[in-house]
Design a protein around this ligand. Structure first.
Ligand SMILES: *[C@@H]1O[C@H](CO)[C@@H](O)[C@H](O)[C@H]1NC(C)=O
Ligand SMILES: *[C@@H]1O[C@H](CO)[C@@H](O)[C@H](O)[C@H]1NC(C)=O
Ligand SMILES: *[C@@H]1O[C@H](CO)[C@@H](O)[C@H](O)[C@H]1NC(C)=O
Ligand SMILES: *[C@@H]1O[C@H](CO)[C@@H](O)[C@H](O)[C@H]1NC(C)=O
Ligand SMILES: [Zn+2]
Length: 299
């Protein structure tokens, strides 16, 4: 590769960091959410998930959980960019589907919670036999759903409109200049992996999993629960996220501030719990979707 190409790749990488909503959780965050989910899938769900996964996944859901971020760069998929987040009114610290779920051009349902409803419904109608022609590509629907359930648990994916979910808040993460959104997508997880988990993401995931079976074991059923027997309840996840954004992400992270140990150590537990909740809920949704298939088949 010549210098010319290296320069170009460098520019593209910088550009990617500047564009709003580019990432979700970073690759590691999405991998963690899906890895945690895999361990909680029922036998039925696991079989169907494996059938739907592309060959490139090697039978592992976690390996395709960043697919939705990777494809955004292709023209064909530009329309999916607003599906990774939902912006809420500045300083309100609350979220309402009707008020907030639209893209910047005002198209309704074009936001992360709308997308989670959409891709859940596509699976449901397919497996309940409402949609025999299989209008939708269910492999894509699965990869989108797994990704967006992760995104909606990242507090700043339900941040304020005025700062694009923290993207325009320039801060320093220790010595590095970055923005607040990126700190929550990637930096907190990166620093934790390096500082506490011997640079091994798998060890971080195992430590979170140990909490799920131990310290948090009594909370799991409330995390899985959706009112009115809904299959999925992204409005609840988004409301939790914006509250955490106000209480933890935006607090003491004004433009130009330097975020160091105090911020890192107090926010890391929030990040780890959101990764756990994202994983548990993704598994719960997939278990509900793919359990209905079995009922129909046996009926
Ligand atoms: C729902 O999914 C289909 C297929 O990917 C897509 O064409 C449509 O725009 C999606 N709608 C929303 C609100 O995500
Ligand atoms: C479904 O989507 C995947 C991923 O985009 C693609 O590789 C596959 O060819 C699609 N399948 C059909 C039947 O279009
Ligand atoms: C939820 O589902 C359970 C079991 O299928 C049923 O007994 C209960 O009445 C349902 N509740 C609501 C609010 O629909
Ligand atoms: C495990 O749970 C404890 C108690 O809630 C919490 O303080 C700690 O940060 C958690 N650790 C991880 C890795 O999730
Ligand atoms: Zn995303």
């Amino acid at each position: 590769m010549g210098w010319h190409e290296v320069l170009w790749i460098g520019r593209i990488l910088v550009l990617m960091q500047l564009v709003h909503g580019v990432v979700g959780w970073g690759k590691d965050g999405h991998y963690a959410v899906c890895k945690i989910a895999e361990a909680y899938l029922t036998e039925d769900a696991l079989v169907t998930v494996k059938e739907l996964l592309p060959d490139s996944a090697g039978g592992e859901l976690a390996s395709v959980c960043s697919w939705a971020d990777d494809i955004k760069w292709y023209y064909k998929w530009h329309w999916t960019s607003p599906l990774h987040y939902v912006d809420t009114p500045d300083f309100k610290c609350n979220y309402q589907y009707c008020r907030d779920c639209h893209d910047s051009a005002g198209h309704k349902d074009s936001c992360v919670t709308g997308a989670i409803f959409n891709y859940t419904k596509q699976h449901f109608s397919a497996y309940q036999g409402y949609d025999p022609q299989l209008k939708y590509n269910l492999t894509e629907a699965l990869m989108f759903l797994a990704h967006f359930v992760g995104d909606v648990h990242q507090p700043l994916h339900v941040g304020f409109t005025g700062d694009l979910g923290g993207n325009t808040i320039t801060v320093r993460w220790y010595h590095r200049k970055t923005n607040l959104h990126h700190v929550w997508d990637t930096m907190i997880i990166d620093s934790a992996v390096k500082t506490f988990y011997g640079s091994d993401l798998a060890i971080m995931i195992q430590t979170i999993q140990r909490n799920i079976t131990d310290a948090w074991s009594n909370d799991i059923s409330s995390w899985e629960y959706c009112e009115y027997n809904q299959t999925v309840c992204p409005n609840l996840y988004a409301s939790e996220s914006v509250r955490l954004a106000c209480t933890f992400a935006y607090r003491n992270a004004t433009p130009g501030s330097t975020l160091e140990d105090d911020y890192f150590l107090s926010r890391l537990p929030i990040v780890e719990k959101r990764l756990a909740q994202g994983g548990i809920r993704l598994a719960a949704v997939l278990n509900r979707i793919f359990a209905s298939e079995v009922k129909i088949a046996r009926a």
